[in-house]
Ligand binder design. Structure first.
Ligand code: GLU
Length: 470
């Protein structure tokens, strides 16, 4: 059975880059009827942020990427004995050794190497000393891997193809640190083996670590999984995507008003493309379509306009009930925005095509509200207060005489445009729109009228007339 995993380090919230890794591992597993597992890699105690474990799990669940071991997530800090045992095995069969070199010595060596323009590496002082654990004090040694002095190792990456690494360039990697915690390399290999992971799908930055991992598998005499390293996410100017380009966290996107379905769709297209030119994919369609062969090698460009567009498409195509539900959830902390259900549903009916994000609901709502305004705003360009008053009265009379009760945009246009064409479009439509909105910019007058209805329309026009007469 195919088994993939997502193995975040809990050093902060889940970023879109991490979400993309999780999504691809999830899709590959689901497409192949396999399993998708979550493992928390919390062995770097200096960078560990406890709350981030809960955040990461919540973000994955919000996106719909629920791991198969959701109720039994693998946590590395709870498995220290397992890594120690594995390291002992390597000590016993000569693939690892105890190193007692002090931090000071290592730093001095490194500085000297840099000064001599040599690559900084461990000089191998303890490599042949064959120290035993009994010989050394606790917390004063590390366990290092005995990397062969020469030769090479070929990584056959499912995305990048074959890459040959020269082993002489590798350091004797630390496997167990002096605090007793394993390094990423040891823990990752031991866990991938124990969790029966068949496909390691992760970010490209880990590609240079892969030969070290392969060596470890060989030293343990374990089966080596397949590897797929995903392309980097880049900003539109092709620089590395970072905070300065905008939001990075999955929950930041949630708070900005993006829907999880749209975010998933967007993230899927970061480095993967379907067999045709479709752009809208639900999670289940992605599961059906996904394959690693269609993941590109080169960096994936993160284009926020595309996310906005996709989100708008999802908003357009959702049922009103679902959209209303999403808004209730979104405005949990400001329920007054959405509490008038009838009004909200009406707003969505007329305005949802203009919404790209859930936050646009508030803008939409505002656009139909009347604001306090200065009466001079009613006057079109070079026109006068008198002319504006006459025209508003004409419009008011016309509207009052209409026998239609349901103000539809079409009917209103049919009734008012002849008057506007005779007296001037600006002369008629501008004061009407300002009377209805109180704003410099707003939806068009027909749209507002059909939204607020006849009674409120006449009330707002009357208010404008009184302003001009005062
Ligand atoms: N803990 C690593 C990270 O957060 C995961 C690397 C891997 O998937 O092997 O990027």
């Amino acid at each position: 059975m195919i088994v993939t995993r997502f193995a975040p380090s809990p050093t902060g919230e889940l970023h879109v880059g991490g979400a993309r890794t999780a999504l691809f591992a999830f899709l590959f597993a689901r497409h192949n009827g396999g399993k998708f597992l979550l493992r928390i890699e919390d062995t770097d105690r200096e960078r560990y942020i406890p709350e981030s474990v809960g955040h990461i799990i919540a973000a994955l669940n919000w996106l719909g990427l629920v791991p198969d071991n959701n109720d039994k997530v693998v946590i590395q800090s709870e498995r220290l004995e397992i890594y120690k045992k594995a390291a002992n095995e390597l000590l016993n069969n000569g693939h690892a050794y105890i190193c007692v070199c002090s931090k000071e010595k290592l730093t001095a060596d490194r500085e000297r190497q840099i000064a001599e323009k040599k690559p900084p590496r461990y000089k191998g002082h303890c490599r042949e000393l064959n120290l035993k654990k009994n010989d050394v004090a606790d917390e004063e040694f590390v366990i290092r891997m005995k990397v062969p002095k020469g030769g090479s190792i070929a990584v056959n990456d499912l995305i990048h193809g074959e890459i040959i690494f020269d082993l002489s360039l590798f350091d004797d990697q630390i496997l167990i640190k002096s605090d007793g915690y394993p390094t990423y390399h040891l823990a990752s290999v031991v866990d991938d083996h124990e969790m029966s992971v068949t496909h390691v799908i992760r970010a490209e930055e880990w590609l240079p670590s892969t030969p070290k991992h392969m060596l470890l598998y060989k030293m343990f005499d374990w089966n080596i999984p397949a590897f797929a390293h995903l392309p980097m996410n880049l900003a539109p100017d092709r620089s590395k995507l970072s905070k300065r380009h905008g939001a990075t966290g999955v929950f930041e996107y949630k708070n900005l008003g993006y829907l999880p379905e749209a975010l998933i769709n967007f993230i899927a297209l970061l480095g993967w493309h379907p067999s045709d030119d479709r752009e809208i994919f639900s999670l289940s369609e992605l599961i059906k379509e996904f394959s690693l062969e269609r993941v590109q090698k080169s960096g994936a460009i993160f284009n926020i306009q595309k996310l906005d567009w996709l989100n708008g498409e999802y908003i357009k195509n959702m049922s009103t009930k679902d959209l209303y539900g999403a808004l209730i959830d979104f405005y949990k902390n400001k329920p007054e925005i959405i509490s008038d259900k009838n009004n909200a549903l009406k707003l969505l009916e007329v305005g949802r095509s203009r919404m790209q994000k859930l936050t646009d609901f508030q803008t939409l709502k505002d656009s139909f509200d009347i604001h306090e305004y200065d009466k001079n705003l009613l006057i079109w360009k070079e026109s006068s207060a008198e002319k504006t008053l006459t025209n508003l009265k004409l419009t008011q009379e016309l509207l009052r005489s209409l026998l239609i009760n349901e103000f539809s945009q079409k009917e209103l246009e049919a009734e008012i445009m002849p008057l506007a064409n005779t007296n001037g479009r600006g002369e008629i439509l501008w004061p009407l729109r300002v009377a209805l909105s109180g704003k410099n910019k707003s939806p068009g007058p027909f749209e507002i009228m059909s939204f607020i209805g006849k009674e409120e329309t006449l009330r707002r026009i009357e208010m404008a007339i009184q302003k001009l007469e005062s």
